[in-house]
Write a protein that binds this ligand. Structure first.
Ligand code: AQP
Length: 341
């Protein structure tokens, strides 16, 4: 069978399950902007609101606000809604329609092995939603409904992307087609896994109950500086090479955050700060974080003053998205044998 040539297209999404964090920014959004600006891909970026309701009930007004704020965060960080297609997942119904097909392709065993499912369902999996279990099939649909070839994500999404590849491979094999691309993850940069500021062994998350554990993209300069000053560290000075951070997760996290914000390798940070105590290093990190994040935060609040314009951008994004998704869904139904008339 002749190999299908897919248009280079990047897709990625973020859940409006809370406010945007520094983890989302360094692990995902910075890369989204770079891929958009590189000009070598069509880029589609999404607020995955259908995913946001899988883990807990979110107050409807909060979900609407989170979604708009996330859209403002994308734009304030450099996503241009003219260059990229910027959408809200539920406004493009083909995501959920393809997800149903993928629910029938994916196997229960594949889903049960997902570490995010295990972490988020915890000890009481019986009480977790079916949506949380099926989350990776919807994520595969989000990606493959655009025939996306590349997906920029943080390190925690690696396993879900492998599952996306497995679903595409099984669909293509089952139906004897070369219809869905085998998508490549793009996991790059110094801060692909930003850790909790109070516990360097856990990921920084927007839904963590502790505010001190994360930097929100809406935090003002004082709050950012205060959270960095209070971040957990150890009494030793910074080492002169990255190997010296191996058994020091809290220290390593702050060095990686610095490197991610400064767009430099962690070793370059150590070359500059080796021997420094954390009192000093945290001051330098706070200054850097404020200089990079405060302009984004203030642009977000400016954009949030006009939610009608945000809704217009999302409506326009959905129209553009559906020019891609409707034909792909129609073709999928046709391959499967569902009558289109
Ligand atoms: N701490 C992180 N470090 C690096 N990348 C991260 N991402 C999230 N947290 C970090 C990346 O951001 C993108 C969107 O993630 P998401 O919000 O859809 O889901 P998540 O990974 O489950 O993020 P949270 O903050 O932990 O959300 P909740 O608390 O609701 O579960 C992805 O590319 C992710 O890798």
């Amino acid at each position: 069978m002749a190999k299908t040539q897919f248009t280079p297209r990047a897709f990625s999404g973020i859940q409006p399950s809370g406010g945007l964090t520094l983890g989302n920014y360094l692990g995902a959004i910075k890369r989204f902007v770079e891929m958009q600006d590189a000009g070598s891909y069509e880029t589609v970026y999404c607020m995955v609101d259908l995913h946001a309701i899988t883990a807990r009930l979110i107050d409807p007004a909060e979900l609407r606000n989170n979604t708009r704020e996330l859209c403002a965060g994308f734009i304030a960080s450099g996503i241009d809604p003219e260059k990229s297609i910027l959408i809200n997942q539920s406004q493009v119904p083909e995501h959920a329609q393809l997800a149903w097909i993928f629910n029938c392709i994916a196997r229960m065993g594949w889903m049960g092995r997902m570490t995010q499912w295990k972490d988020k369902s915890g000890k009481n999996a019986e009480a977790a939603s079916l949506g949380l279990f099926a989350y990776p099939a919807l994520m595969a649909a989000d990606i493959l409904i655009y025939h996306a070839t590349h997906v920029p994500v943080g390190d925690d999404q690696k396993q879900h992307l492998e599952l996306t590849r497995d679903i595409a491979t099984k669909f293509n094999h089952d139906y004897g087609v070369d219809f869905f691309p085998i998508t490549k993850p793009v996991i790059e940069g110094a801060a692909t896994r930003v850790m909790n500021l109070q516990d360097g062994t856990r990921k920084m998350s927007k839904s963590d109950p502790s505010e001190k554990s994360r930097i929100n993209m809406t935090d003002d300069a004082d709050t950012i500086a205060k959270k960095i000053r209070k971040a957990k560290t150890d009494p030793d000075p910074l080492p002169d090479n990255v190997a010296g951070l191996t058994a020091r997760p809290d220290a390593r996290n702050l060095v990686n955050i610095y490197a991610g914000l400064a767009d430099t390798p962690p070793q370059a940070v150590l070359d500059e700060h080796a021997g420094a105590l954390f009192g000093h290093f945290k001051g330098a990190l706070a200054d850097l974080a404020v200089s990079k994040l405060a302009p984004i935060s203030s642009e977000m609040s400016r954009l949030m003053q006009d939610t009608t314009e945000i809704d217009r951008i999302l409506g326009r994004g959905a129209e553009r998205a559906r020019e891609i998704t409707v034909p792909i869904l129609e073709k999928t139904y046709d391959i499967i044998g569902m009558i289109r008339s």
